[in-house]
Design a protein around this ligand. Structure first.
Ligand SMILES: C[S@@+](CC[C@H](N)C(=O)[O-])C[C@H]1O[C@@H](n2cnc3c(N)ncnc32)[C@H](O)[C@@H]1O
Length: 255
């Protein structure tokens, strides 16, 4: 079995289309994982994944790379707080937010904490999605080690994060603001009439073709003058062809 046949096998088994992810990087990671499990051929590894649920879950988490942290790239969160959110609130009154590819939940929880500076918590509603069910279960549990929380401003940490031994737990009032759902950016229908999409550090793994398709769908998802917030290595070349105008660095406004 070659890599192309393996990708077809994975699509059938998991629904994840590896063709949309950059090939070199993905193949290198998968080959390393195959060696780690003592398999010689793609075929053996695929058979193992079919038989062993734990390995199957582990494989999905491994290929989708779940690294995250609260207020990742803090300067961009300052722009969000001082310019983007005030602008959106002024124009729209309320903001419908989607945190796409949210991983362990650090990003949507950061958004809820930040928004608490602008409105009562019961008014904050954030849709948070990821392809990986296991990671979503962790996100819902909202328990973290200190490393994830380095950039949380002290006032927000004191208000919304509870220390329990050596773990840190998100307060129930913040958890209530987030609606976690499984969603594959490559094939599921996108939420509609969104004012702020936050999608960071996932599109780097996709091919140009997959990225273009996702930008087109993000643009359709956004209300006019809504904002797309991307990761620090994910500036969109020729964003206008998706009706997305550069607004600030890493922020695009739907025309
Ligand atoms: C590196 S994390 C980014 C987390 C967070 N956005 C951040 O910037 O800290 C990438 C996430 O993308 C998710 N992902 C990968 N492929 C996806 C897909 N096709 N649809 C939705 N999420 C996907 C992974 O499961 C992973 O949780």
């Amino acid at each position: 079995m070659n890599y192309t046949e393996f990708k077809t096998g994975i699509l059938r088994l998991t629904g994840v289309d590896l063709n949309a992810y950059k090939e070199n990087q993905m193949k290198r990671r998968i080959d390393a994982n195959i060696r780690k499990h003592g398999c010689k051929e793609y075929e053996d590894y695929l058979a193992l994944l079919k038989m062993n649920r734990t390995l199957y879950d582990e494989f999905l988490s491994y290929i989708t790379i779940n690294v995250s942290e609260f207020f990742r790239n803090p300067n961009q969160w300052v722009t969000l707080e001082t310019e983007i959110i005030p602008m959106l609130l002024k124009k729209k009154g309320s903001i419908k937010i989607w945190s796409a590819a949210c991983s362990t939940g650090d990003e949507p929880y950061s958004l809820a904490m930040l928004l608490s500076k602008f409105m009562p918590l019961h008014q904050i509603k954030i849709i948070a999605t990821d392809i990986d069910q296991e990671i979503l279960a962790k996100a819902k549990a909202g328990e973290y080690i200190d490393k994830h929380l380095t950039n949380v401003p002290k006032d927000l940490r004191d208000r919304f994060i509870i220390q329990e031994g050596d773990k840190y737990v998100i307060s129930p009032e913040i958890k209530k603001c987030i609606q976690f759902q499984q969603h594959d950016l490559l094939k599921d229908p996108y939420p509609e009439r969104i004012d702020l999409i936050v999608c960071r550090n996932v599109l780097i793994y996709f091919t140009e073709e997959a990225k273009n398709d996702i930008y087109t769908k993000f643009s359709r998802s956004l209300n006019k003058e809504g904002i797309l917030f991307v990761g620090s290595t994910e500036q969109i070349i020729g964003s206008q062809k998706f009706n997305l105008n550069p607004y600030r660095i890493f922020f695009y406004e739907k025309q």
